[in-house]
Design a protein around this ligand. Structure first.
Ligand code: AMP
Ligand code: MG
Length: 350
């Protein structure tokens, strides 16, 4: 099977194609579609067989639960047995949008969809294509990121085709996504995965919100609460290291390390920014965006990692991006992609 690809934009929806996509989902098939975060691989969330198909297509471990997407707030009460006050406040403020909430699941949600858990992850996306598709499919679409498990999440339909083109029925090409990182996940009042909606924004809305300790502690003593966060993820094929220090130290260190590697015949990639890209002497240098506009860094992260796969580099050195608002989310993904390999530029010099 080769996926049928249909293109549309949020401003110019192809409602016939959306109806066909909805029918595929109702019949138990799989359709990839754009959302404001990354592309999702959709299946009917209330159909255990469809969820099994999603795990199989992605090669995803079946203990890693799926997020259920809704497109009308009234649908929430059908899949969650209880909605705590904090969750109501967050839904009011951030839905539709890039926020996922963990709630106690109703019986109609099969355990296949929730990886065996009694809770369900729910999101109401703001992307119009996603919303219309969810409605056409009957209201509940389970959709993890539409990549092969372990690879960087897809931010363009081409990425989905590359990973899953032979495994699914249809791909809706809505162009490049807006945010480029997966949703923030909250089990009120704990953040299980950082995202575009930052800890600070959540604190402003709810007051008492904290990061899951399992995200902050990277040895194996504390497990993250979101099962998916324990897997190495988002990983490029090359060996990726993050270099930390002042701007000057980092540039100097990466230049030295890449010169050494190239002497050994290795092909090196560097993840730089608009501000620094001209200062790397060696290597295949890729600017991820501007530190002045941190959204651009989030937006290009997965694309850059995939581009290095295409360029077949052996090693990648990346600057660190502890930017003020999205730094937590960006570094969470980058550290996972690097398997937590960090080089301290100052110590490296010694
Ligand atoms: P993805 O859809 O690929 O972005 O991944 C979904 C993330 O949500 C994974 O990290 C899951 O482990 C997490 N998740 C989904 N359902 C739950 C749940 N019921 N409790 C905790 N984490 C969940
Ligand atoms: Mg994913």
């Amino acid at each position: 099977m080769r996926a049928q690809i249909v293109a549309m934009t949020s401003e110019n929806l192809d409602m016939d194609a959306i109806k066909r996509a909805g029918d595929i989902l109702k019949a138990g098939g799989l359709v990839a579609f754009p959302t404001e975060t990354v592309y999702g691989l959709g299946g009917n969330a209330l159909d255990p067989q469809a969820s099994m198909k999603i795990y199989a297509a992605k090669g995803r471990p079946s203990d890693n639960p799926l997020i259920v997407h809704i497109a009308e707030i009234d649908q929430l009460a059908k899949i969650a047995t209880e909605i705590p006050q904090g969750a109501k406040i967050l839904a009011e403020k951030y839905w539709p949008g890039p926020l996922t909430m963990i709630l106690p699941k109703a019986d109609i949600v099969p355990k296949e969809t929730t990886g065996g858990l009694d809770s369900v992850a729910v999101r109401f996306p703001s992307d119009r294509i996603a919303q219309e598709l969810i409605k056409a499919a009957g209201g509940f679409v389970a959709a993890p990121s539409a990549n092969t498990s372990g690879r960087p999440s897809p931010t363009m339909a081409e990425h989905v085709e590359e990973d899953l083109g032979d495994a699914i029925d249809m791909i809706i090409d809505g162009g490049q996504v807006g945010i480029g990182l997966e949703s923030t996940i909250v089990d009120v009042p704990v953040v299980l995965r950082p995202g575009y909606i930052s800890l600070e924004m959540l604190k402003e809305t709810l007051g008492d919100v904290r990061m899951d300790r399992g995200l902050l502690i990277t040895d194996n003593s504390v497990h993250p609460k979101a099962p998916g966060m324990k897997y190495r993820h988002y990983a490029p094929k090359a060996d990726l290291s993050i270099v930390e220090g002042t701007e000057e130290q980092v540039i100097d260190c990466i230049n030295r390390l890449s010169a050494d590697a190239e002497k050994k015949g290795l092909k090196v990639g560097v993840i730089a920014t608009n501000e620094t890209k001209d200062r790397y002497a060696h290597a295949d240098v890729f600017s991820i965006g501007s530190r002045e506009e941190e959204e651009t860094i989030a937006h290009h992260l997965y694309e850059v990692l995939r581009n290095f796969d295409d360029d077949r580099v052996d090693l990648i050195y990346s600057e660190a991006f502890y930017t003020p608002r999205m730094g937590q989310a960006i570094m969470n993904r980058l550290l996972k992609a690097a398997g937590h390999k960090i080089i301290n530029a100052q110590e490296e010099k010694k």
